[in-house]
Design a protein around this ligand. Sequence first.
Ligand code: GLY
Length: 418
Amino acid sequence: MKILVIGNGGREHTLCWKLKNDSCAPELFCAPGNAGTAELGTNIDLGVTDIADIIAWAKENRPDLTVIGPEAPLCAGLADALEAEGFRVFGPSKAAAELEGSKEFAKEIMKAAGVPTSGYAVFTDAEPACKYVREKGAPIVIKADGLAAGKGVTVAETVEQAEEAINDALGGAFGDAGSRVVIEDFLVGEEASILALIDGEHVVLLASSQDHKRAYEGDTGPNTGGMGAYSPAPIVTESVLEKVRSEVYDRTLAELKKRGITYKGVLYAGLMIHNGQPSVVEFNCRFGDPETQAVLARWDGDILPALEACVDGTLSDDLISWKADPSVCIVMSAGGYPGDYGKGEVISGIAAANEGATVFHAGTALDGDNVVTAGGRVLGITALGTDLQTAVDNAYAAVEEISWRDAFYRKDIAHRAL
Ligand code: GLY
């Protein structure tokens, strides 16, 4: 069994790690991969949106399944292009991936379907957009409509910050992705992430998790791609899960179907939960990062049958079970992230850390025999424990083994649940 995984982040190393541990131990290829995926299979030097080159590679090497990690190739139509050539693909079509590719599209679907979410308005000109935020007041959320590499969302505490974000986006800071802005009402509550596998018809919710989006302790500092995660998230009770299933997933998928769009792959609902009621903050058309590290660490048994069932339309709950132990992932980042950061720092201590935890690579590369930093989020140190505090202690003990110049990480991952 040959599997091609597209991507080079912590999510993709985690997917490769989980697949490699399956009973069929597939032969893995990762494009472009990182120093972690290189230990599990073969890295291929292809960009994630180089669709023609990926198709050419697939024709020559005939993968049995391609798993697409990041949003950019999904929104660019990589799944469609591979399927058109007869390849089996885990990941939604370009039309379905618009749930992440266009915030306006996602909002419009949710509104039509009656999915709980915040009120919103869409603008292409700064003047009416700024007038709108002056009327609404702050806090308020400004989002670039398109994909902006995780940088397109501003939670503005003041009207001035909101106006600045509007002017930045519409002024071209995110290129075409910011040519429209979606302005959303600020939601109060506690955030959680639910990922679901979907085969076009059936939905299986995966274990809940909670991300930590701000860079520094106490949820302060700039927004990042995610500085750590844990699973399960106690805020996601059985009753919340039932609402997420019926009010979020069932309604969204029915609305997509009405429009002739079938969703296959993983759909991530970023939620705000207030008084037991979940509201959707955003949809992502892919596994979360670092939620995947925390969630897949708890997946009990093989993952490949569930991914293949999504492709074949045969997904069922009995394909997935969970370890009772909670998990924690601590993201170690390069100094300066999410702003400018250096690369090429030699990382030490990974082998020692791997004794008590699992070190998932994100922004890493090989430089001779050394593993060096190559991105903002560098490693995701992930551990299980008999209870959450033990999982946290295990993860931080492993983090202490690892060092490079300017490494930093948050010291309070899972604080809400503890
Ligand atoms: N951790 C947030 C995301 O994957 O988008």
